[in-house]
Ligand binder design. Structure first.
Ligand SMILES: CC(C)(COP(=O)(O)OP(=O)(O)OC[C@H]1O[C@@H](n2cnc3c(N)ncnc32)[C@H](O)[C@@H]1OP(=O)(O)O)[C@@H](O)C(=O)NCCC(=O)NCCS
Length: 145
């Protein structure tokens, strides 16, 4: 798998991947998420390609205190081949280069496969509650990530 920075021409393929991975929620418009990401740390939005097809993604950011990862996905047909581990390792490398001391992420408690995946990469559960506040006027469910 070749890892590279997301390009605008990847939009359809990446949204298709997120759909296939169950990552698209009614309250998160993936096109808007991509447009916003193009303005903040676009170099931390990575895709993985195999044979010219996008099979993995991670959208990361660093705000000067913590690194964050979102939209971690691997095509269902390509799982358990180390692609998730590889793309996370690359984004971790890029965050370290920027001086980032810790990565945080949010994962639904019911997403046991993803929790196992992150644990295998050295992530641990932080005993915190995750809170959020929607700033967009058209948001529907304040609790949705
Ligand atoms: C989570 C996800 C990215 C993992 O991708 P992947 O390429 O299959 O992961 P890897 O092959 O790199 O797995 C690395 C290790 O993680 C663990 N792991 C991965 N998937 C697992 C699963 N379904 N069950 C248990 N452990 C798992 C294993 O320890 C694995 O090593 P091993 O295969 O040598 O045992 C993928 O399952 C996915 O896209 N899920 C749907 C989207 C999602 O939930 N994303 C996270 C949102 S927070």
């Amino acid at each position: 798998m070749q890892i590279r920075v997301f390009q605008p021409a990847d939009e359809t393929a990446v949204i298709g991947l997120w759909n296939d991975c169950g990552l698209i929620r009614p309250t998160n418009d993936p096109k808007k998420d991509i447009i916003r990401k193009s303005k903040v740390n676009p170099e931390l939005f990575l895709v993985g390609e195999v044979g010219g097809k996008i099979v993995a993604s991670v959208m990361a950011g660093y705000e000067g205190h913590r690194g964050w990862v979102n939209y971690v996905s691997v095509n269902p047909q390509c799982r358990r081949q180390g692609y998730g581990r590889k793309i996370l390792a690359e984004v971790e490398r890029l965050l370290r280069l920027r001086g980032c001391p810790k990565i945080n992420l949010q994962v639904r408690a019911t997403n046991h496969e993803a929790v196992k995946f992150y644990e295998s990469l050295g992530f641990k559960v932080d005993e915190v509650i995750s809170m959020g506040k929607r700033l967009e006027k058209d948001s529907v469910q304040p609790s949705n990530r």
